[in-house]
Design a protein around this ligand. Structure first.
Ligand code: DSN
Length: 424
């Protein structure tokens, strides 16, 4: 299951031409090799994805869509983009796929503009309860264009979404779009109930599954499209383990509007080297090995959650049902920024994160978010992940104890050596 990344880490041309960038890239290779990367939105792509993204396809302008381009010489680009589209449709059982979104934010914004008018209401998950900036945070430009209303999780009931309350909220605010999805939430969503609520109030349904796209592709988590969702967006670089970018899937009814919204509505020339790498990643995702990988992601995540909780750390939602854990640091009276820094110095990379109804600033919140996609790609198993949970708990409960920190750093170094990432 482990993937060995066997690309040329010597980078001879870069070395001879630009020592500063070369040094930074080599340092990053070493950092990745010597770090337990626990940021849940990251992953490690295969050599084939990396090679495709680094290919000559980066040299081509291809505004438009396959067969309808504004530039000549696109016969091979059409082939790779069509492969990406067809593979994405098959993987997610979708009528239509747009593989051109440059990023997750653009992908969501394009979907809004495809189906909504200025001032329309979108009911989405509150950022403070695990939603995403693009789901309507007041700081974003989109909040000036659309009327975002946020639903919250039940902090006293293990962080569930109270669907009766959500229904009442939807009846009250009459959204044109009901948006399901998250960037820091550890429970599964009830897609069926979301759809029933949307149907009751006449709303379009959209799921942003960026974090769990790979788990859905492997059918280890349920696919909202199977429950009749109109639109589903996902980034391609998280659990889906492809190059950085976005993907929009939708019912045929919205296909033209989505395509028009991406180009010419929002974007210019697509990144065809990235789109070809998406095609490669989608083919990889359609294999038994990928299904095994995603099953292992869940096993590892559950093992890490147990290691944390058994050793005195509180988790928001009291556990996890996906690839990540959200740690509530209030019992230890320490902040996410400090824990992120201390762990970073020991070779464990995480990210500070707000917890529901956090009273502290998002720059120094009361929580920490961790996840297992990268270390699972690297080959670590449940025993290792349970140990990592325990090590993190030891650091959190002994935040000033340098001798414990030293022991943890040694254990991290052993794990990184045991599971090498890059072959060369
Ligand atoms: N930045 C992504 C994440 O880390 O969840 C979401 O955009």
């Amino acid at each position: 299951m482990t993937i060995k990344i066997n690309f040329n880490t010597h980078l001879e041309n870069l070395k001879n031409q630009d020592a500063e960038v070369y040094d930074a890239v080599i340092s990053e290779i070493k950092r990745q090799e010597n770090t337990l990367e626990l940021i849940p939105s990251e992953n490690i792509v295969t050599s084939a994805v990396m090679e495709t993204q680094g290919s000559v396809l980066t040299n081509k302008y291809s505004e438009g869509y396959p067969g309808k381009r504004y530039y000549g010489g696109n016969e091979f680009i059409d082939k790779t983009e069509t492969l990406a589209i067809d593979r994405a449709k098959k993987l997610f059982r979708a009528d239509h796929a747009n593989v051109q979104p440059l990023s997750g934010a653009i992908m969501n914004i394009a979907a809004y503009f495809a189906i909504l008018e200025t001032g329309d209401t979108i009911l989405g998950m509150d950022l403070g309860h695990g939603g995403h900036l693009t789901h309507g945070h007041p700081i974003t430009h989109m909040a000036k264009v659309f009327n975002f209303v946020g639903y919250k999780t039940e902090t006293d009931k293990d962080g569930i979404i109270d669907y009766d309350k959500l229904e009442a909220q939807a009846i009250e605010c009459k959204p044109k779009l009901l948006l399901a999805g998250f960037s820091a939430y550890t429970k599964t969503l009830d897609w069926k109930r979301f759809k029933e609520i949307a149907d009751k109030v006449g709303a379009i349904t959209m799921a942003d599954v960026s974090h769990i796209g790979g788990l859905i592709a492997a059918n280890v988590l349920e696919n909202p499209l199977d429950f009749g969702f109109d639109i589903m967006t996902t980034t391609t670089h998280k659990t889906l383990r492809g190059p950085r970018g976005g993907l929009i899937l939708c019912k045929e009814k919205y296909a033209k509007a989505i395509d028009k919204s991406i180009f010419p509505g929002l974007q210019g020339g697509p990144l065809e080297h990235v789109i070809a790498a998406k095609a490669v990643a989608f083919k990889e995702a359609d294999t038994p090995e990928f299904v095994e990988y995603q099953k292992q992601v869940l096993k590892n995540s559950f093992a890490m959650a147990k290691g944390l909780m058994d050793n005195g750390v509180t988790l928001v939602t009291n556990g996890t049902e996906n690839h990540m854990c959200l740690l509530d640091l209030r019992p230890q009276d320490i902040k996410g920024k400090l824990v992120e820094k201390v762990l970073d110095d020991l070779g464990i990379c995480t990210n500070k994160n707000s917890i529901p109804d956090d009273t502290a600033s998002p720059l120094n919140p009361n929580g920490l978010r961790i996840g297992v996609p990268v270390i699972t790609t690297r080959g670590l198993n449940e025993t290792d992940c349970n140990l990592i949970g325990k090590l993190i708990a030891q650091v959190i409960t002994n935040i000033e104890n340098e001798s414990i920190h030293k022991q943890v750093a040694e254990e991290v170094a052993v794990l990184c050596k045991q599971y090498p990432l890059y072959v060369e």
